[in-house]
Design a protein around this ligand. Structure first.
Ligand code: SF4
Length: 378
């Protein structure tokens, strides 16, 4: 079986004001004891899945901020993952990083250990917005990080940006976009901000002290990123993702094509053999379960055929190529248009879905309101 492997490193310099990912300030934790537990989980799944029969296609080390770890700690994670899940030089191996947590020595470790793609969390080129977001870096660190990545010879760099920030103007977003594109990343992700409950910004919003971005303005910002990326030769291949030809994120495409992946680490999610599961999110629970050689699973459930088909359509529609009707038929033995006749016809009549070259896909009008389309399928 071919899989993608995801490893979660749940540490950051400090918590950003909008973030609801599972991450802990690195100064408050013992990273080595987490890495020990992580190696235990790798060994456990190596045995459970008979890892020798697995073919690993992609490895993604995310977080959190994996590059909060020291060079030797990063080497330890990469070497353990190679020991328990053999991977080849042609595999896509991505590490997420934040500006201010990279140096040449760390990048050399990543290079030596086979990392060939770096995803850098930039978010904005406005010092004011970075400060309000609670990001632990400025613009100088972004530029230094990109320069170091290039000097280290990593040829596949992705930048992450966020639009629709409170009080952000269209002009500020244009500035952020042009600064990001000036750095010529091979890949760009641009996410619309969603204020999550339980975060510092979520609390401010409840108290009426923070205004979410106006939806019409956020829509203009989305139009802008599509336009700018198109002009610079990027292919818009997923709702929020743009790539130079050949640099589409292979790991993420596995998610959108609803293919198997194994997630290791706190709060990591997995999907294999018609089952999904999510790991516990507290470090202490994770380490205790693994010390007893138990799977650190918080929730696990089986999918029936209907669930799998619906998920395949919903995830596939996130890509601009959409869902290939023949591949759907091959995988499930059922005609997509017959099984989902109601939502397909309704959304096509509304001009939000289309069938183009035997692929069911969002129309340009459907892209900004993709969630509305997805709701019709559940
Ligand atoms: S760096 Fe990323 S993962 Fe860490 S707190 Fe900020 S947004 Fe969350």
């Amino acid at each position: 079986m071919s899989i993608g492997l995801y490893i979660h490193i749940p540490f950051c310099i400090k918590k950003c004001n909008y973030c609801d990912f599972v991450s802990y300030p690195i100064g408050d934790v013992q990273a080595d004891s987490y890495l020990h537990a992580l190696e235990g989980e790798m060994e456990l799944y190596h045995q459970l899945l008979k890892a020798d029969d697995l073919s690993l296609e992609t490895l993604y080390i995310g977080g959190g901020t994996p590059t909060c770890l020291t060079g030797p700690q990063l080497r330890r994670v990469l070497q353990a993952s190679r020991l328990f899940f053999d991977w080849l030089p042609e595999n896509e191996v991505t590490v997420e990083a934040n500006p201010g947590t990279l140096d040449i020595a760390k990048l050399e470790v990543l290079q030596e250990e086979g990392v060939n793609r770096l995803s850098l969390g930039v978010q904005s080129f406005s010092p004011g917005h970075l400060a309000r977001m609670g990001r632990p870096h400025g613009i100088r660190e972004v530029k230094e990080a990109v320069q170091m990545v290039r000097e280290a010879g990593i040829k596949n760099l992705s930048l992450d940006l966020i639009y629709g920030l409170p009080e952000q103007t269209l002009q500020e977003w244009r500035h952020t976009l042009s600064e990001a594109l000036f750095l010529e990343p091979e890949h760009l992700s641009a996410y619309g901000l969603k204020i999550e409950t339980g975060t510092p910004w979520g609390h401010l919003e409840v108290r009426g002290e923070l205004e979410p971005a106006d939806q019409d303005l956020a829509r203009l910002m989305y139009d802008e990123v599509q336009e700018q990326c198109k002009k610079r030769g990027y292919r818009h291949y997923e709702i929020s993702n743009f790539a130079k030809p050949g640099f589409e994120a292979r790991h993420n495409l596995r998610y959108w094509h609803n293919h198997s992946y194994l997630g290791l680490g706190v709060a990591a999610a997995s999907y294999m053999n018609q089952r999904r599961w999510t790991n516990v999110s507290l470090l202490k629970d994770y380490e205790t379960l693994l010390a007893g050689r138990k799977r650190p699973v918080a929730e696990e459930w089986s999918l029936d055929l209907t669930d799998e088909m619906a998920e395949t359509v919903l995830l596939g529609l996130r890509t601009l190529d959409g869902v290939a009707l023949d591949r759907f038929q091959e995988r499930f033995g059922i005609d997509l248009q017959a099984i989902f006749a109601g939502p397909v016809e309704k959304m096509m009549a509304a001009g939000l879905l289309t069938i183009d070259n035997q692929h069911l896909k969002l129309t340009p009008a459907g892209l900004p309101v993709a969630n509305l389309v997805f709701e019709a399928f559940v």
